[in-house]
Design a protein around this ligand. Structure first.
Ligand SMILES: *Cc1c(COP(=O)(O)O)cnc(C)c1O
Length: 701
């Protein structure tokens, strides 16, 4: 390709293509992917912005506040708030074009166009508006500018650092939006965005990165990127995300906002826009809204230049805020989240692995194993899954033809691993209700029943390492039976100063996505004895008789962890101290909120235990109907509870029902029937917790 053939460049798509939002994906999934691409490319560094008010006055019926905002990234910048009355009402962040000055937008100086002072127009129409300066000019030595555009030079400087000017402006806008939401004159639930030209680009990307779907009116910014570029050639470098055309085009970005209320204005004599192209773009946006079953966006083709139709904008916001739905935003049962910086760290590590050609059992897996040690207190070998960890341990122990004892209440994988490892019988032990572990007396009875017991596998339900485990360990020691802890729930939990997984001969952990730490798929088997570690490594690698040997001395399998999984796992482990800290804070907040709610009580975590709060467990009293409660929380309040641990006993699963004699287990049955698990994950907010608990209170009183 010749470099000067720009149209070919702009149409080119790389091969193999990145995971572009494909045409057949479900609209919501496609929109989510577009939003996440924007988040990644924009590299927005979200920072809280501090505000200092430097002046307040009332002029021509408008309350005006002059602010100096301060962000740790950008330093100080100025903003103006205009408000019509003292009553609380909707707020609008007003983002002007590249050359719009704040004083003109707010009407403090006579505007050069009658529609330039949009912040004033919207304030006079009853909205509190906030306008901040971009500061795109004045940073360069005028002598050396030689007529060049400062915005373009700034965009170039950002590109040199791998960032984008648009991303920086969006970061400012997100910070300022938070300030607007928190203002005493603004109803936090009713905040919108207005943008013109460059401001429309900022507003669009800000809306894409905002979860509560603020109504957006965008003027003078509709078309496809190739056409916009062909039309005016320069001046817009700051209004695009570098690399976005690899994934999607401008109309699809607007389309991804569905069902956010949206008005798009374009003028038929706008020198920057091509009318046919803008029309076509409007149709693409409309189709995306329709595919998402959202009310159609307003696409207004107007007889004007590069401007804004004030009355249409005012009418749009009036309608949008009047119709703001009052249905609550859902509280998810689970959110697995990596922020942009963490996602970049994962992709950089994957990239390094691909570049080196070492795709499994390499330096990332070694680093993963090293990072786990801080939390398990012992060396361990990374494996393909938690189930693989359990099976390998049982194979090292050698359970073939003998009995393995597991709790009556656990995940299927605990017992299935014993079956696969060749145990002739798996039997179930009732639990004790203090630490939710195996009941020592029930275990003693089971051991008497099965003198051929080869291994005992306690499980740390919900992240609680039961204090009664010491009695289990004592009994097993006396009888010479090895203990394998299924610590799939308990990575990072402790009993006294002993980490979960470090009490028995083996500790098996899972790094499945729903667990407290994840490598997408993965597991870890830790052990007390370095001899065992050597065996584990051989089992996980096809039973080689020694590392690197081509001879095999046992029926091992492929239970290895890949470097790509370790890329995810290492990033998650590097943030794990924050993860577990956040989980514990949230649990303490639930403890406070739940005190005094009728007919429920939180499971009291024993004093010697520090749980990772894999689950926050709550008991319902006898009269409450769990499935009805869950349905009502979901349908009436948008609240999704986390899964129970567990609602069926293992002996009741079809696979085990015919294979076991013991199906009694009264305490395990009581627990299975009466507990629920509240949503708890690091990104859960205190406000969401308040909603969860008040919904519970509402349904139970
Ligand atoms: C998740 C889990 C497992 C299995 O882990 P995988 O990584 O999915 O194989 C085993 N035991 C318990 C108690 C679990 O919760």
């Amino acid at each position: 390709m010749q470099i000067r053939h720009l149209s070919r460049l702009l149409e080119a798509r790389p091969t193999p293509s990145p995971p572009a939002p494909d045409a057949d994906a479900e609209p919501a999934a496609r929109a989510r992917r577009i939003r996440s691409t924007v988040e990644r490319l924009a590299r927005v560094e979200r920072v809280p912005v501090r505000t200092v008010t430097t002046g307040v006055d009332v002029r021509d019926g408008l309350h005006r506040e002059q602010w100096i905002l301060d962000s740790p990234l950008r330093g100080e910048f100025r903003a103006t708030l205009l408000s019509p009355a003292s009553a609380r009402g909707p707020g609008i962040l007003v983002l002007g074009g590249k050359n719009a000055r704040r004083e003109q937008l707010t009407g403090e100086v006579v505007p050069d166009h009658p529609d330039r002072n949009m912040a004033e127009h919207l304030a006079r129409a009853g909205f509190t508006t906030l306008t901040f300066e971009y500061a795109l000019t004045g940073g360069f030595d005028p002598q050396r500018l030689t007529g060049r555009d400062e915005g373009a030079l700034l965009a170039h400087a950002f590109a040199l650092t791998g960032r984008s000017l648009l991303g920086a402006l969006v970061g400012d806008a997100l910070g300022v939006l938070d300030v607007l939401r928190a203002h005493e004159r603004v109803d936090a639930g009713r905040v919108g965005l207005f943008g013109h030209s460059l401001g429309a680009a900022v507003a669009l990307h800000t809306a894409l990165l905002t979860e509560d779907e603020p109504p957006l009116c965008a003027a003078g910014h509709l078309g496809s990127y190739a056409s916009l570029y062909a039309r005016h050639l320069t001046g817009f470098e700051g209004a695009v995300l570098p690399g976005i055309l690899e994934y999607t085009d401008l109309p699809a970005l607007y389309g991804a906002l569905a069902p956010t209320p949206l008005q798009l204005q374009f003028g038929t004599s706008d020198p920057y826009l091509d009318t046919d192209d803008a029309r076509a773009a409007g149709r693409v946006v409309g189709a995306a809204y329709s595919a998402a079953h959202a009310p159609p966006p307003e696409v207004l083709e107007l007889p004007m230049g590069h401007g804004t139709h004030v009355d249409h904008a005012v009418a749009f916001f009036t309608r949008a805020f009047a119709q703001r739905p009052s249905t609550p935003v859902a509280v998810a049962a689970q959110r697995i989240r990596f922020d942009v910086v963490e996602r970049r760290a994962v992709t950089d590590r994957v990239d390094a692995a691909l570049e080196s050609g070492v795709l499994t059992q390499g330096p990332l897996v070694a680093r993963f194993e090293e990072l786990t040690r801080e939390w398990t207190g012992r060396p361990g070998a990374a494996v393909a899954s938690g189930s693989a960890a359990l099976e390998i341990a049982l194979r090292v122990i050698g359970v073939q033809g003998r009995t393995v004892l597991v709790p009556a209440n656990t995940f299927f994988a605990t017992a299935a691993a014993a079956v696969r490892a060749g145990a002739s019988r798996v039997d179930f032990v009732d639990l004790e209700l203090d630490g939710l572990g195996m009941d020592p007396e029930a275990l003693s009875a089971a051991l008497d029943r099965h003198p051929d017991t080869a291994a005992v596998v306690p499980v740390h339900i919900g992240g609680i390492v039961a204090p009664a485990l010491d009695h289990i360990l004592d009994q097993c020691r006396e009888r010479g039976i090895p203990v394998l802890e299924d610590a799939a729930h308990a990575f990072g939990s402790t009993l006294g100063d002993r980490p979960a997984g470090a009490l028995g001969r083996f500790g098996a952990f899972s790094f499945f996505p729903t667990k407290v730490a994840t490598s997408a798929e993965g597991g870890l088997l830790s052990c007390a004895d370095t001899g065992d570690l050597d065996h584990i490594r051989r089992w996980r690698d096809h039973g080689k008789s020694a590392a690197g040997s081509t001879l095999h001395d046992r029926p091992g399998s492929n239970w290895r962890m890949s470097e790509l999984h370790a890329a995810v796992g290492t990033v998650d482990l590097e943030r794990f101290a924050r993860t577990v800290g956040a989980r514990r804070d949230l649990a303490a907040h639930y403890d406070d909120l739940l005190a005094g709610v009728p007919r429920v009580r939180a499971h009291p975590v024993p004093g010697s235990v520090r749980s990772n709060y894999y689950k926050y467990l709550v008991y319902l009293d006898e009269s409450a109907d769990r499935s009805l409660l869950k349905k009502r929380l979901r349908e009436r309040h948008g609240i999704h509870l986390a899964g129970e641990v567990y609602d069926n006993l293992l002996c009741d699963h079809p696979f085990f029902a015919d294979r076991t004699e013991s199906q009694d287990h009264p305490r395990a049955r009581w627990f299975a029937r009466h507990h629920i698990a509240l949503p708890l994950y690091p990104s859960l907010t205190h406000a969401e917790q308040v909603r969860v608990v008040s919904a519970l209170r509402g349904e139970l009183s």
